[in-house]
Design a protein around this ligand. Structure first.
Ligand code: FES
Length: 116
């Protein structure tokens, strides 16, 4: 299908998994498959190398910003030294109210996942 990117076997997308598929980070957060654009809104860290936390948020591998994968919005700003800058996390989160991560749709066909 045009505008689809193959993710891989559906059986490999177990809860907690995050994979790269074209411009998307595709994962499984508590049994819900998701696809969001890969570049963190902070400094463009690759979210396909991120992880899923206990609340089902996608965590950036660079500075620990967390995203709600259903909305694409940042729910926790960058951590470490960035967390010490007054207001910085709030500004980053507000930015994603206007510019959330893009979201794709994950579909399964013949035991293979695709994002469109
Ligand atoms: S690049 Fe993602 S939190 Fe900094």
């Amino acid at each position: 299908m045009p505008n689809e990117v193959e993710v891989g076997p559906a059986s490999e997308m177990t809860p907690g998994t995050v994979k790269r598929a074209g411009r998307y980070a595709v994962g499984n957060a508590d049994g819900e498959r998701f696809a969001v654009t890969r570049r963190c809104r902070h400094l463009r860290g690759d979210l396909a190398n991120g992880s899923i936390d206990e609340a089902g948020c996608l965590v950036c591998p660079w500075h620990g910003a967390k995203y709600d994968v259903r909305t694409g919005r940042m729910v926790l700003g960058p951590q470490g030294v960035f967390a010490k800058i007054p207001g910085f996390g709030s500004i980053q989160k507000a930015l994603t109210l206007v510019f959330p991560l893009g979201r794709g749709r994950v579909v399964e066909r013949d035991d293979t996942l695709y994002v469109e």
